[in-house]
Every structure is written in C-alpha cells, then in structure tokens.
Design a protein around this ligand. Sequence first.
Ligand code: AMP
Length: 454
Amino acid sequence: MREDINEKCAVVGIFGHEEASKLAYFSLHALQHRGQEAAGISSSDGKKLHTIKDRGLVMRVFNEKKLSTLSGSSAVGHTRYSTAGDDSILDAQPVFARYDLGEMAIVHNGNLTNADEVRNKLIEKGAIFQTFMDTENLIHLIAKSSKDKLLERIIDAVQRIEGAFSLVFLSRSKMFAMRDRFGFRPLSLGKLPNGGYIVASETCAFDLVGATFIRDVKPGELLIFEEGKEPISMQVLESVTPKHCIFEYVYFARPDSNVFGQSVYQTRKDMGKELAKINPIEADMVIPVPDGGVPAAIGYAQESGIPYEMGIMRNHYIGRTFIEPTQEMRDLKVKMKLSPMTDIIKGKKVIVVDDSIVRGTTSRRIIRMLKEAGASEVHMRVSSPPTTDPCFYGVDTPDKESLIASKMSNQEICDYIEADSLAYLDEAALLRSVKSTADEDKYCTACFTGKYIV
Ligand code: AMP
C-alpha cells in the first residue's frame, strides 16, 4: 500500500459568501507553498456540488471561466504536495462522492496512521477504492455509516481514524471543519469582511482575502457551518495534550502566518538567535539559503552582530527542489534554483544559515557553489536539530535511510557537505524558540527525536 500520498497540503473552506469559489481560489494562492502538485476546489450552490481539480499550480488549474462554473456560497479547496511518482489526477483533492444522503466533498491535510487497517476492513466488506489516498477512507466510512444524519456520520467516521488530520467537509447545505485530537496540523477560523466564514491551514490566506482571525480550530473540535448561524462547536474527540508539528515553524508554514498561536517569522528569527548563542563563530557575513533560511539568518545576524548579506540569489520561477524523485534531478534543480553573488562572497568567511538538512544534498551543493565562487570559509548553521526520523503525520520526509543525520555523525555530515564547520540548533534551544516549557510540552518533535505519539 502506498503511504506517501496526501501529505503536506493546504486546505481552505469558505462559507456564506457569494463568491465562495473565488475566495477559495485566492486563498489557495496564499497557500501554494504547502503543495504544488495539484489543486482543486468544490463549491455548492445548495442543490449540487461542482468540482474542478487538476495537476499543477493553482494558477494553471483555474481561470476565470472555470471559476465561474464553481457557483454557490460555499466552497472547499486544496493544494496537494506529494512525493513524485504518482501524478494521477485521481489523487488530487477535493475528494468528491455521491452517497445515500446526497453529495459531499472532502479536503484533507495530514496523514492517517491507521489508513491501511481501515481500508482493508472496508475492502473486506466490499468497498471499491479508486485512489491511493487515505482520505478516500473517510468517504467510505461516511457512506457506510448506519447513522441517519451527515453530522452523526462524520462524527462516527472521525472516531475511527487515527493520525494527523485537518479536514473540511462540504455538503450541499453545510460545511464542517475538523482537527485531530493532537492538533498536529494547523487550521484556523476567520470571519470574512462582507459576511461569512473562512477556515484555512494558515492565516496568510486570511490576510489575502481580508478576513479577520477569530481563533484556531481546537484539537478534536468539529465546527459546523449552517446558513444564517454562527459556527457551532462540538468537541467530538477526547482532548489531550496537543502535539503541534514543530516542523511547521522550522520550514513549512509561511513566515507571515500565525500558527499554533505564534508568528512564524518571529519564531524563526528566535531560532536564529538561539543558534547564534549556542554556536557562535567569527565570520565576515551571515547569508541565508533563500527562502527558508532567511528569518533565522536575520536572527543569527542580529544576535551575533555579524552583517547580514544576500549571498545567494534564488530563481523564483523554479519549484521546490524536494519534489523530484531521483538524486540526479534534485542536484540539477538546486543548480537551476540558487546562484552565488560572487562579488559579495569572494574571499570572505561566510556563515550560511538554512532551516534544515534532510538528505544533505542542498547543503553540499550550496557549499560547493559558494567555494567555487571564492568564499574562503563556509560555516554551515542549521536552525533546527538534525532530522533523524521520518514523519508519519503529514510532512513529506524521506525514509530513515535517506536522512543523512540518521546514519552519519556531525563530523561526517560536515565532511560530506564540505563545510568548514557545521552546527545545529539543539532540541532545548528549539523548544525555547517556540516558547515550550517542560510542563507545557505541546509539540511533536518526532522528526528530531524519534519520539512518536500515535
Ligand atoms: P536536503 O537537500 O534533502 O538536505 O534538503 C534540505 C532543504 O530542503 C532545506 O533547504 C530545506 O529548506 C528544504 N526542506 C526541508 N524539509 C522539506 C520538505 N519536507 N519538503 C521540501 N523541502 C524541504
């Protein structure tokens, strides 16, 4: 069974606005960094759902004409990130289905950890699956539930699944938003300027459409949106100590978002400051690996007093390097994407700051590039701890064997990436940056510690 699908993604839901699908479309633009492989929107006009989804960026999938067919005052949208290899349109979201109570569309960010078990049971009972997505399990659980009302069926279904999920369901007349009991992935609620509500993976979508942030959807909470009513809240899954994904702060979320109650930008800057405190080194300049390393490099420069410079240019018209399946393709994409500012770095001792090292490919390539451009010394500083373990809750990290820090010591990694020195943020400093204390340990750090929760 494929397990690598339906991972780091973005979801949005718009309810009670005449131009729901357009607002969903704009929101998806703001959330594009969470997934570039496919995009889709389903809207409801009260009688029928309409869906458009396809591979590619939001801008490629939609145009004015297509959006005009997505009529109605409610809509859900999705951008999908998945490891390459499966580019089936069937695996794009929203997942749409007709069933005995009518029609529904579901969008999902996260990863269900008991997906295979649930699916096998459903198959034993005669269900036929069209995709590899764990989200399809939900459709079947809802369709097969013995309960009379959709609300009861959703509750029934979400009680049978485990893992990470931020979900938005759309029926012909209602919308439902739900977060797993640990609150692994973010999901926020906002109010639209001219009436209606928005839920989205990140608050940067609110800023774009002029919505006001109300609050985060609580872990284990189901929000029900009905016409003419305030959203109704139900705590449908037992509340436990949350385990928010710390990697959202490290890499994934956009700096202008507030996730889990904190500014991503500020948190990343604090990580850079902590990094400078625990791993100081003399140098002529601090340069970020753009864009991920920028806030931490600013923090590092501010704390150390070493000038911040833009030593690497990024070509913004090339997608993320991580997406390509083979090593060769990844190497090529890094080269296309990042180029050195030779005049700035020639003959200089530079500190390069990146948010994470996963396979080590990016750092190795960048350091070689900086040395070829004449840097006299390159000191690598990473604003998160060594990534030693894969994520099962919705971030696309490769298998353990491909994670360089799972098999090499610090010195070996330093030699491999050809740096003059290498230092990471440690776990304690990371937790200080996200304002976590021992008695209020509300983050999942499994990718750095191997301590899994579910
Ligand atoms: P690597 O070359 O595998 O070491 O990748 C490290 C680079 O990928 C860093 O510059 C990170 O900003 C970025 N990165 C880290 N995690 C992810 C992820 N899950 N998806 C895409 N890029 C990532």
